[in-house]
Design a protein. Sequence first.
Length: 267
Amino acid sequence: MRLLKLLVPVFLSIILIVFDTRFSYLDNFKKFTLTLLSPIYVVVDLPSQVIGWVNDKGADNDKLISENDYLQGQLIELKVRLQTYNNLALENQKISKLLDSSYEIPNHDVKLAHVKSISQSRLSKKIIIGKGSNDGAALSQLIVGSDGAVGQITQVTPMYSTVRLLTDPTQHMPVKNSRNGIRGITKGVASNANGMIIEFVPLDSDVKVGDIFLTSGIGNLYPSGYLVGRVTAINDTIDASFLSISLQPTQNMNKLELVLIVKEKND
């Protein structure tokens, strides 16, 4: 009985296979069965499709993130290059302006220096520049900026130099009026303002507010012809022996970045 139960399904299967192969009687039944099972196939295949879609989207997202990071890096690099270009252009303008300011002094050489620090108080006004004895800097050399004289080197190390500004109360410089050649000596004012006075100018001298004073070259310590300051006030008190002349430096000492060291050509 058990053998019969086993053989009957086998026998029926063989018959159906033969008939399907020879006569295609089961084509419609197979189509009906496949149509009936199609939703099941879709449901069974859905997880793999979802996983594939997620993987594809994840790969696309990673690619977009990577491309975005690359473009951001390129943008930053271009901005940095633009800043460097602008800085070089600005430095070139400053250097050109400095060199233009020294063309009237044919008997002196100049050397460019960067200002490393600026220190200004009521009684002491000085800057540190990035050139020292290794670069030919020496005591008493004149320092000029693009708009006029700055001061004098008072201390030198192999790599740096200290410059006492014209506005320092202990600094003196012989000057002359660019309009009529009247001479005097500047002295810094002991205050927080960057001002100077001109001493030893006779009371009857022709000096006016707005006059420009230049280095005079008297004493051969400084070359002549550099801008020093503009007259802002004049006090001609009768009891005084000389005029009291207030002078505003033509060079803004607070904005110094590049200066020139002026020295004799035979140094």
